[in-house]
Design a protein around this ligand. Structure first.
Ligand SMILES: Cc1cc2nc3c(=O)[nH]c(=O)nc-3n(C[C@H](O)[C@H](O)[C@H](O)COP(=O)(O)O)c2cc1C
Length: 406
């Protein structure tokens, strides 16, 4: 973070992803490494002067040697720009030891958790290959790095060496064993890099889809996977209150569409002027085009879960069903299936068409199917109806303090 910047700026819109070093990333590797050497000239064994003169083939050779079963390097990428780096390699003498090197995080990404993410990536790699300790050297003037490594669980061994690039400085050895971490000795493993990237990608690429449905029904097995994902959602007290009504019949969809048209006319009447005209032009459902519709309802009176968690917040039953909707929405995006949520419906009219009893709460009416395209941005944003807000505008520290910038 830049000194003097408001605290809220520490929250960044996207979390960088870590990419294992590869030939494709040679330019990013060179960029981030040279930036690191320039930014903190006494933090590394090498110098900017030495490395800025390296040729392209020198960098390629280095990519090769910082890879494989004995060495690893991760580059942190933020929207296509490298913003952090770490390397680890097995000690030539002690086969149980991995040396951590080249650790650097761009100033704009500091205090965001990226440093920890980089360190954990090397730690996981080392652990998976049977290493029992991590070692690094930190220069005597680098107190920020010392504190960071201590927070990561490294301790000073007492071994001190002169720092080769500056006789006025020393290098301290630090080690980390699984047992000397300030955190519990065992930390449950995360998913690997590719899997993690996939989930964030699905979250970002999910869209509400109302147009472009392809008239090809979803295979039963696929629909079943989506319903399973929904049914696997978290629920208050393990209540699992969601019930799923799969609608394929054109006649039923036609009746629901009429319910939508009625509600949409009323909604339109509530807008005036330019908003009215803009609303009239929006396409807000795909009920007839999508070969499958799905109504997800909540049995808020179900005894399953024995009321746990619902005594003070009974609405958590419905929240649980919303979690099921979101699971299905994300799974559908991963499967290349479009989902559009239609809430412009009278719940009573919906009950009447779908025969939903009075004690069951209609939560979501969804249009589901293969589509010819997923937009890159919300349709309402593309059409100028609304804009997405920034993350920093909605995250507060300690208490609810919208708009307060310390
Ligand atoms: C509870 C809920 C109800 C929604 N109802 C409608 C709706 O009736 N018609 C519609 O076109 N979109 C509806 N949407 C979709 C939102 O407009 C959409 O999620 C939002 O504009 C962001 O776009 P994105 O989902 O593509 O990121 C609904 C979304 C949610 C979460």
């Amino acid at each position: 973070m830049v000194r003097g910047e408001p605290k809220a700026r520490r929250i960044i819109a996207t979390m960088p992803t870590l990419e294992p070093l590869s030939v494709e990333l040679v330019e990013e590797f060179k960029t981030v490494r040279l930036r690191a050497l320039e930014d903190t000239p006494t933090a590394f064994g090498s110098t900017y002067a030495k490395e800025s003169g390296l040729s392209h083939s020198d960098w390629l050779k280095r990519v090769d040697s910082w890879n494989g079963s004995r060495a690893v390097c991760y580059i942190a990428m933020d929207e296509g720009m490298p913003c952090g780096i770490i390397a680890g390699y097995f000690d030539k003498v002690d086969p149980r030891r991995v040396d951590v090197a080249s650790m650097w995080v761009a100033p704009t990404q500091r205090r965001t958790g990226l440093g920890t993410m980089l360190m954990e990536a090397v730690e996981r790699w080392a652990h998976n290959l049977g290493a029992s300790e991590l070692r690094l050297m930190v220069t005597s003037n680098n107190s920020t790095a010392k504190r960071f490594y201590e927070r990561c669980g490294f301790t000073f061994t007492g071994k001190i060496e002169p720092y080769r690039n500056d006789p006025a400085l020393l290098e301290y050895e630090m080690l980390k064993y699984p047992g000397n971490s300030p955190h519990p000795a065992v930390i449950a493993p995360a998913f690997d890099e590719l899997e993690r990237n996939a989930i964030y990608r699905v979250i970002r690429a999910r869209r509400d889809v109302r147009r472009g449905f392809v008239p090809k029904p979803l295979p039963d097995a696929l629909l079943n996977r989506l319903l399973t994902a929904a049914h696997d959602a978290p629920s208050v007290g393990l209540m699992q209150p969601s019930r799923f009504i799969v609608i394929r019949s054109f006649e039923v969809r036609r009746r629901i569409h009429a319910v939508f048209q009625q509600a949409n006319r009323q909604a339109l009447a509530g807008y005036q002027g330019a908003r009215h005209d803009q609303y009239a032009d929006l396409k807000l459902e795909g009920i007839l085009e999508a070969p499958q519709n799905l109504c997800i309802v909540c049995d808020a009176q179900s005894e399953q879960g024995h009321g746990l968690g619902r005594q003070t917040m009974p609405q958590t039953a419905v929240y649980s069903t919303v979690c099921a909707v979101q699971n299905l929405w994300l799974a559908a995006r991963a499967e290349g299936v479009g989902v559009g949520w239609v809430s412009i419906l009278s719940p009573d009219a919906l009950r009447s068409v779908l025969n939903i009893p009075a004690h069951i709460v209609p939560v979501a009416y969804l249009c589901l199917g293969y589509v010819d395209n997923f937009g890159n941005e919300p349709e309402l944003e593309r059409l100028g109806w609304e804009r997405r807000s920034s993350l920093e505008s909605v995250v507060f520290e300690e208490t609810y303090t919208p708009g307060v910038k310390p």
